[in-house]
Design a protein around this ligand. Sequence first.
Ligand code: HEC
Ligand code: HEC
Ligand code: HEC
Ligand code: HEC
Ligand code: HEC
Length: 393
Amino acid sequence: MKRYLLAALVLNCFLIITSAEAVIDKVGDIGNASEACAACHAEIYTQWKSSVHEASLLHSIDNIYSYIIEGIEKDPVRKGLPLKTELMKCLHCHAPVMEQASDKFVREVVDAIKIAGGKSANPDAMKKAKDLLSHLNVSCYTCHNMKAVSPPNTPENQTVYGLKGGANVPYHAIKKTAYLDNAIFCMQCHGVYTAPDMERIICSTIAQSYRDQYVAAGGQTTCQDCHMRKNNRGHSFPGAYVPEMLKEGIALDITARAFKSQSYGDKKWIPAAAITVDVTNRAGHRVPDGCMWTSRVVLTVTATNEKDKVVWTAQKEFFEPGLDTDGNRRYDTWQIKDILDYSLQPRKTTTEKYYAVFPEHEKLIKLEAKITYIHKDGLEFPVHSERKVLRYN
Ligand code: HEC
Ligand code: HEC
Ligand code: HEC
Ligand code: HEC
Ligand code: HEC
């Protein structure tokens, strides 16, 4: 406790936990940054540092930049609306602390996004912009205060909310809440958002899929169970950028039966195979999820001969395309108003069946089924690969 007390004294000199009403006028006013928690919660801080939550603005900078340039500045309607209201249509979830920003700070952040996303600025300006934006994220305080109580209740200042609800400590008061243990806590941000003016932003679609497809099919595990408690994942919140998670979320099974085929009226016997590939989604929601509207899970089945020459191949993509109000496919978050669903459904096995016919004289065929998770071209992860050998005599 002595150690905590000392840290509290040191930190208190320059740290003020921002109250819900306080106005943030410059980056230094964000007094409740995660760095303030690191002194006493070192391990959790290190895990959080490795998570996407730590960089929740910079990690999606390209799309947020394009929203500002194409969505706000070039749209006569949006351009005429208050800048903060429009910006919060992304930052409500990507940097919730901006709810408390003054108009001056909003302008500063928008300018920084234009520099950091624009790529043409000089290195100094770029570094300055990225430094500023790195303070905007899903911080400890975002989850343990701002989003930690179920509306219409509001969080108390200088207080962190936890599941245990232990005694107050010198740096912060502690309040017990069961809300943090609920899927709905994560769903506040991981689902479709309705802005105060009723515009609907479809970025993440996990919440709807979790409730309507996973829970509806009998799934009972929560987000916290899979993403935090399992394998002591804690605050690293692994998702679709972590190979271990992808392997866990998608199962692959291939069976194949070799036989000889004949065309009707033809005398020749041709090597062939009946191939069945089962792809099972073991996650708690559809795979892949929207937002990165280019994401897809690709199943490739390839047959090669003894000389490793490809003699037959098939491919299937699982994805969730987003459409605008006119029904055109789009890739920018703010334009997505509807979805089509070709994704893998939770608690379901998708079966692909093939009747493959190979070149006449082949004696041995090597079959390979592969799953690849593609975020966008050039950013992809191999997930599984299964093989089978077929012999003909
Ligand atoms: C309701 C909360 C919410 C709103 C509003 C929101 N997002 Fe997101 N966004 C998320 C969540 C949660 C994820 C992570 C989802 C995932 O990977 O499945 C995400 C992921 C993303 C990604 C993918 C990042 C990556 O590289 O994997 C992009 C890009 C993105 N958001 C852009 C935007 C833009 C632009 C806006 C505003 C037009 C916006 N978001 C509004 C919650 C939101
Ligand atoms: C995305 C939301 C989120 C963020 C960000 C977050 N936490 Fe948590 N935290 C949770 C949830 C949910 C739990 C409860 C999970 C459990 O106990 O299994 C939790 C549990 C905790 C606990 C109790 C753990 C225990 O074992 O007793 C502490 C302490 C804690 N968080 C501190 C932090 C600190 C410090 C940070 C920032 C470095 C942070 N959290 C960031 C959601 C979050
Ligand atoms: C001066 C040290 C100190 C600092 C700084 C500190 N904490 Fe704590 N915190 C503690 C101690 C001590 C406990 C009680 C023991 C434990 O659970 O680790 C605690 C407990 C917690 C809990 C668990 C609450 C429960 O359910 O009992 C959470 C959540 C938490 N802190 C979050 C934070 C966040 C967020 C920050 C930064 C804004 C922060 N802490 C900064 C010392 C500190
Ligand atoms: C304050 C809003 C917010 C809350 C609450 C929140 N998240 Fe997130 N989360 C985000 C955003 C925004 C991103 C995407 C950041 C990016 O990629 O730019 C994200 C990313 C993630 C990712 C990584 C996604 C990927 O593409 O790999 C996982 C996993 C995740 N969150 C799980 C959780 C879980 C589990 C909870 C509840 C315990 C939770 N989140 C609560 C906003 C939130
Ligand atoms: C049964 C376990 C399980 C449950 C329950 C679960 N997830 Fe996942 N989640 C996974 C696995 C495994 C992956 C990796 C495969 C993938 O990318 O979908 C994943 C991926 C993700 C991703 C990245 C998705 C993408 O395609 O970009 C996010 C974000 C996420 N989960 C958030 C959540 C949230 C929020 C909840 C609760 C509403 C939740 N998860 C419930 C297992 C689970």
